[in-house]
Design a protein around this ligand. Sequence first.
Ligand SMILES: CC(=O)SCCNC(=O)CCNC(=O)[C@H](O)C(C)(C)COP(=O)(O)OP(=O)(O)OC[C@H]1O[C@@H](n2cnc3c(N)ncnc32)[C@H](O)[C@@H]1OP(=O)(O)O
Ligand SMILES: CC(C)C(=O)C(=O)O
Ligand SMILES: [Mg+2]
Length: 577
Amino acid sequence: MTDLSRTANNQRTSAMPVERYRPFVPVDVPDRTWPTKKLTTAPRWLSTDLRDGNQALIDPMTPVRKLEMFELLVKMGYKEIEVGFPSASQIDFDFVRQLIEQDRIPDDVQISVLTQAREDLIERTVQSLVGADRATVHLYNATAPLFQRVVFGVTPDECRSIATRGTELVMKYAEELVGALVGSDAFGYQYSPEIFTQSDTDFALEVCEAVSDVWQPEAGREIILNLPATVEMSTPNTYADQIEYFARGLTRREHSAISLHPHNDRGTAVAATELGLMAGADRVEGCLFGHGERTGNVCLVTLGMNLFSQGVDPQIDFSDIDEVRRTVEYCTSLPVHPRHPYAGDLVYTAFSGSHQDAIKKGLEDLDRRAAEQGVPVGEMPWEAPYLPIDPKDVGRSYEAVIRVNSQSGKGGVAYVLKAEHKIDLPRRAQIEFSRVVQQRTDAAGGEMTPEAIWNVFRAEYLDQETPLRLNSVHTSSAAGEKDALTVNVYVDGELRTLEGTGNGPIAAFVNAINELAQDWDVRVLDYAEHALSAGGDALAAAYVECSVRDQIFWGVGIDANIVTASLKAVISAVNRA
Ligand SMILES: CC(=O)SCCNC(=O)CCNC(=O)[C@H](O)C(C)(C)COP(=O)(O)OP(=O)(O)OC[C@H]1O[C@@H](n2cnc3c(N)ncnc32)[C@H](O)[C@@H]1OP(=O)(O)O
Ligand SMILES: CC(C)C(=O)C(=O)O
Ligand SMILES: [Mg+2]
């Protein structure tokens, strides 16, 4: 029998106080339908970078930075933008006023503002919207038992009343202060049972129904019911179950937008959002690069790009992702992680040899198939090993895709030479040169830049001048005869004239060299050449695999004349030997 004991779990019980924690109890939805649903269209997006994102910054954004963030969001295509918590501070209030008074809100963009369900705050919040062409007021109160008991000291009935009374007050102050907007979609209303994930789902639904009873949604007067994972509590499927359960129980569904507002406490906000959308939600709130309270709001960049990578238009423009990243880093004073999906510095970069090899082959395959089909490579359906999207589609270039360090192999080194210098090394030459590079990276550690790789390549193959350096070449051949060759070569610095004949100029040259020094015993094993550039003054590269004193060496020659390039390649191999 097979002895499994060596593969069994031999981990030890940790010393952590695990007994202090209890598993999350999910809502029971045995006939859930979301697992088989597919995401085929973009949801409505709301960016809360200027509110949830901003309230969680070490240094909240200055008005100048807020404006820059707002303009970025508009440019990217967000049509719903939560611009602040106007009752929280004069800065937030003034920013909303600035947007309105300076007419900075495009006609198709709906700003929204958040408030607690407190009368003075509601009045101030609606006050901030005077003069707006369209806007949404977003009211919240926590519905979780812990918050009812500890934070508010209320019963469930009183908790529901906070929400309904708050809604009435929003309507009252809206009538009084921005009456012209009321009664149309220009004045939107959003309610959030904060801490939805820790609330009893039936109770959250009951409060939302009571709020809807007050607001009376109908055609042209929707209500947004936003169901926040204020704190992410469990695996993403439990959030999806809560959303499906809520959506099934909701009356007036056709006039209600179900919105998700996931935070990332367990690191699964993106997954929870995607499953929540499959479970029937219409709308998503989040922040660029996952800024926001504690571990952040769900990342809108990842969500949008995940759709894009499946052939679903996110309806948001990520085509210059570095510009988006730079602006957000400037506005928030927080760096984006180098491994952030889609936008991190390193996410389209392969260091390891087998990845580089596969990517190089994949890109060459795409180029070849595009040429065969006569279409630009940018129009080919994307398919490349290890790269879920084409970096060029988000404004990244291939130059940075493959970077070389001690983990790299021949594919990466060859890719850099080809991409940067059009040197297309034959396979065995790639193996030889990558060993040379590996010796350097092993010795020096760290990354080897394309410039450093080129310098090593030059020193190894192109710049060695002893014992041989080519000075001039003269060949002659007549039909049916062997090639005759006369070359002037510096041999250890002394100019000599060598003569040889053979089947072709390379063979003639090798014969001449073997005359010069018989113990070198030079033999040519393989040969390849290609043009390096087009046009009259084009350069050619020649690669020669030689046996010299029974050891194998590759040589490389570059010249405008292909015969001269080949002879230089032979000399390169001999000099390396
Ligand atoms: C999950 C979220 O992200 S929710 C959004 C959170 N964002 C923010 O809070 C940022 C902006 N907020 C602020 O700057 C401040 O809270 C202010 C200026 C709005 C209000 O400040 P203060 O009046 O000092 O009150 P404070 O913030 O301490 O609020 C606590 C009080 O509000 C009550 N409260 C809290 N949330 C709500 C709510 N949603 N609805 C009604 N009352 C609420 C609390 O029960 C507490 O009441 P108590 O003083 O009677 O015990
Ligand atoms: C105000 C609400 C929507 C919120 O930010 C949260 O619950 O996380
Ligand atoms: Mg939040």
